[in-house]
Design a protein around this ligand. Structure first.
Ligand code: ATP
Length: 409
């Protein structure tokens, strides 16, 4: 394989010429964003095709022409319809284009009447890069350009985790330990320590940051000033994190539940003693904070499984490795009862009319991966949405709009 690829590279026109539409495609669209920027793709009719439909047309990846609006409702019509709030979680293997697809979907929603919020819970944020705008800081930032309000938010996992940590440090330090020891209740404090939540937060498992980040978003969305958002798009962390995230709320819910029970015991013991000495303290303490956090975690779990309002969109690229990982992701999501209906296959090379040997071999390889999707028991039931490989990096609202109009049909 290595020999094949190196011989391909050495003979490939791609090494000699720019990867441009002229050596790739026929029927090119050129879209200008600025006097210096031009993005191009081959076909204006890159479409949503049901994989089931494609099964009938094996061996010839004929992309169906666009159905006229009077024929059938398009995929995007379904996604955009209704003013009830909907959540779209985009996830998949690292680097396949999750952020570009999430950002382009958010722009498309905002251009179709939905006040939209796009959130990155991926610890390796690239939403700022995608919008070519600084979105760091953990607060909602308005994005200029779309017709309806579009806001973006990059959650700072470190900061969110710190808040969680301060809420969960329940043993009150050595003072509390001494006090409880004196009362013969030292065991309770030790049990709290044994839950090792602090340790968990020092070396967080994949998924913890994301669970905290999503719960943070839910916290934002609970406040009245965020009521206006009718579409929320999540750019999630790569597959492994997502899978851990799905089981994390249960785990955290149980841990926090235990802590709260112990806390309850300690509180009632100490307040009974303090009240004897006339010093009862009724201030809301960390237990209340923790209880609220636990409730949000339960909401995260419910949100992921709510077929009415949530959809997880898998993003992949046409390679054997990415397709295999997507298949495993789909199976895990199904097992966890997370609704999945659509699969975006990104970076598809257009049929080449040129003599670019590298491109035609690469495209054949991609067609094999698309065949794999059609034959895969997990993926073949999903609606396939194809996104072309464009010849420039997709950055900024005009470029995202361009991509969104092609992918989200
Ligand atoms: N269809 C496309 N055509 C051309 N370039 C693309 C396309 N989709 C994505 N890219 C480019 O690929 C790179 C990775 O994309 P992106 O950041 O969206 O992926 P990701 O899956 O979110 O990555 P990560 O897992 O690192 O967060 C970016 O430079 C992006 O501009």
């Amino acid at each position: 394989m290595a020999t094949l690829s190196s011989s391909l590279l050495s003979s490939s026109p791609i090494c000699k010429s720019r990867f441009s539409p002229t050596n790739l495609v026929s029927g090119i669209d050129f879209i200008s964003f600025s006097p210096r920027t031009t993005l191009s793709v081959v076909s204006p009719a890159i479409l949503s095709i049901s994989v089931k439909q494609q099964n009938r047309q094996r061996n010839s990846l004929q992309v169906k022409s666009v159905a006229s609006p009077t024929e059938t409702a398009s995929e995007f019509d379904e996604m955009v319809s209704g003013t009830k709030r909907k959540y779209y979680m985009l996830g998949g293997k690292g680097g396949v284009g999750k952020t570009s697809c999430a950002a382009s979907l958010a722009v498309r929603f905002a251009n179709n009447g939905h006040p939209t919020l796009v959130v990155s819970t991926d610890p390796a944020h690239s939403l700022s890069d995608s919008f070519a705008q600084d979105l760091t800081g953990g607060m909602l930032v308005p994005v200029e350009g779309p017709e309806s309000p579009l806001f973006a938010l990059e959650i700072n996992p470190e900061k969110a985790r710190e808040e969680f940590r301060s809420a969960s440090q329940m043993n009150g330090g050595s003072g509390m330990k001494d006090f409880m020891d004196g009362m013969g209740l030292g065991m309770l404090v030790e049990q709290l320590g044994e839950l090792k939540l602090g340790e968990l937060l020092d070396t967080p498992p994949p998924g913890l940051d994301e669970a905290i980040a999503i719960s943070k978003v839910i916290q934002f969305l609970e406040s009245p000033e965020y009521n206006m958002f009718t579409r929320i798009v999540f750019d999630t962390a790569p597959t492994g994190h997502t899978l851990r995230l799905l089981s994390l709320p249960d785990f955290l819910d149980a841990s926090i539940g235990k802590i709260l029970k112990l806390r309850q015991k300690i509180t009632s013991a100490t307040s009974a003693i303090k009240s004897v000495f006339g010093k009862e303290d009724n201030r809301p303490d960390a237990a209340d904070k923790l209880e609220r956090l636990r409730e949000r975690m339960v909401k995260v779990r419910e949100l992921f499984r709510d077929t009415e309002s949530t959809e997880f969109v898998i993003v992949t690229i046409p390679t054997v490795m990415a397709v295999s990982e997507s298949s495993r992701l789909s199976a895990s999501l199904k097992k966890e009862s997370v609704p999945v209906k659509r699969l975006v296959v990104n970076q598809i090379l257009p049929p080449s009319s040129s003599d670019c040997k590298f491109c035609s071999i690469k495209r054949k390889d991609q067609m094999r991966a698309l065949d794999m999707i059609r034959e895969d028991s997990e993926l073949s039931g999903l609606t396939l949405m194809e996104a072309p490989l464009v010849d420039m990096e997709i950055r900024g609202v005009p470029a995202l709009r361009f991509l969104g109009d092609i992918v989200w049909k």
